[in-house]
Design a protein around this ligand. Structure first.
Ligand code: ADP
Length: 468
């Protein structure tokens, strides 16, 4: 008798509600149990697909008795099977049993579609005047007194009340279906959106990974290119410088004033070019991590004095005062003397370059501390230890650097005033090399600056263990 009322359109919409999908057996059983314990009426809930979702009943003595008889049992089975297969459309159906009892079959509907039914019964309608003749005639072996006794003990309810109770139960179950369906929709949508987000993320991640690999490849190519070109340029340039020096020294004959001047210019420019090429080579080696540092104890005072005497001609030319301050008790630096000189020279050279006439550049050194070790993240403060260090500063009261650009000044080839109208020389490599050299020494470099007021670079480097 069951007919599938689900239309093709509904299936296409993917919005078919199945009772068993939106209603847990536990919740429908618990509602049926309350109904049974309150009114003593057995309940069975069956889905549109024919699955028994809840079955709450107590065996009736009358049914047990009839089931001991051949014809009685057969008739009982036929009634039960008929009741189970009835699927009412719209209204509830009351199906009489040959015993005089009745079953109510009530349709369950959701969004205008049949989704199942429940059966209440067997019960005896209270309006009945005793059992019908069919109770005793069903089987020749029926004992009328026994049957009557059992009949009298069947649950009794007036049809009007039974109708109201069933409507009530129908309302409760349909409400459960409604909220179950809403929860199901919400969770399906959530799962779908999480899945979609995850898919999008995975795609983006893949694209990012690809571009990262490509960039890495390009970066490697760039480094190899720089290293090769710099190397190839350096050899002929060294010859140019060598021959210029020979000419200057008169190795090819005496020179007049104009010739000497031209040769000096050639040598000056060639030296500049060699400096640039050396920087490029250093950068390549630093990026490839092939530059080896030769550690030794380096005296801070001697280091700053050497920088001072190198830089003083340029400072004088620009009318910039140079100060050197080394605090008492400054320990020796544990580092590569040549590379430490390169660090300080770059910083001091910039300081002079970016300070106007009348300004001051101060180089200083003092004892300090450097944080080492400890895992990155939350535990850093807990596990970190400190070691003695030397703090070197290069301070100027020159043009300063815009705050928004400070973070980029350690990038290779970056210049704050990077336009073609740039007033200062350089290629934007110095600070990038400085940063990598400081990192190579396991030190740190910090910068603070105020536009129009000046800049302070602070380099903290490990001190030797034994002296102060
Ligand atoms: P450059 O060869 O251009 O000096 P650097 O890497 O040494 O390259 O410096 C990068 C940029 O940082 C410089 O072009 C300049 O704009 C800025 N800069 C560095 N030091 C100073 C300073 N002491 N005062 C102002 N600007 C500075």
């Amino acid at each position: 008798m069951i007919q599938d009322e689900t239309s093709a359109a509904d299936i296409l919409m993917g919005d078919v509600v199945r009772l068993e999908d939106v209603l847990s057996r536990d919740s429908v059983t618990s509602v049926s149990k309350s109904f049974f314990s309150l009114f003593g009426l057995p309940v069975r809930v069956i889905s549109h697909e024919g699955d028994l979702l809840a079955d709450v009943h107590r065996d009736q003595p009358l049914c047990n008795y009839l089931n001991t008889l051949v014809d009685g049992a057969q008739q009982c089975a036929a009634t039960v099977s008929t009741v189970r297969d009835i699927e009412p459309r719209g209204e509830a159906i009351v199906h009489p049993c040959f015993t005089g009892a009745a079953y109510r079959i009530v349709p369950l509907v959701y969004q205008g579609r049949p989704i199942g039914r429940f059966i209440v019964g067997p019960y005896v309608p209270a309006e009945a005047n005793g059992p019908p003749a069919s109770l005793t005639s069903v089987d020749g072996a029926v004992d009328p007194n026994t049957a009557r006794g059992h009949y009298d003990r069947m649950p009794r309810v007036r049809e009007e009340i039974a109708d109201q109770l069933c409507n009530h139960l129908k309302g409760v179950i349909e409400l459960l279906v409604f909220s179950g369906h809403r929860a199901q929709l919400a969770s399906t949508m959530q799962v779908a959106s999480v899945r979609e987000n995850y898919r999008e993320l995975a795609e983006k991640n893949e694209a990012l990974k690809q571009s990262y690999e490509e960039l890495k490849q390009l970066d490697k190519l760039k480094s190899t290119f720089l290293a090769t070109v710099s190397h190839e340029l350096r050899t002929p340039l060294t010859s140019i410088i060598g021959y210029t020096e020979m000419l200057e020294s008169g190795a090819a004959g005496a020179l007049n004033g104009g010739q000497t001047e031209f040769l000096q210019t050639i040598r000056g420019k060639a030296d500049e070019l060699l400096g640039l090429i050396s920087s490029l080579l250093d950068l390549g080696r630093l990026e490839a991590k092939t530059l080896e540092l030769d550690h030794e104890a380096v005296d801070a005072r001697a280091l700053l004095s050497a920088i001072g005497s190198t830089i003083v001609p340029a400072a004088n030319r620009r009318n910039v005062t140079l100060d050197i301050e080394v605090a008492e008790g400054t320990p020796k630096i544990w580092g590569d003397a040549v590379r430490l000189r390169q660090i300080l020279l770059n910083l001091a050279d910039n300081a002079v370059k970016f300070t106007d006439a009348g300004g001051t550049v101060t180089l200083s050194a003092m004892a300090g501390e450097l944080q080492t070790g400890g895992p990155a993240g939350l535990g850093t403060a807990l596990f970190a230890t400190t070691r003695p260090a030397v703090v070197l500063t290069v301070q100027d009261n020159g043009i300063g650097i815009d705050e928004g650009k400070l973070a980029r000044i350690f990038d290779a080839f970056y210049q704050v005033d990077g336009g073609t109208t740039r007033a200062h020389g350089g290629a934007g490599l110095g600070l990038s090399i400085v940063k990598q050299l400081v990192d190579g020494h396991e030190g740190k470099i910090e910068v603070t600056s105020t536009l129009g007021q000046g800049t302070l670079f602070t380099v903290t480097l490990p001190a030797t263990d034994d002296d102060a």
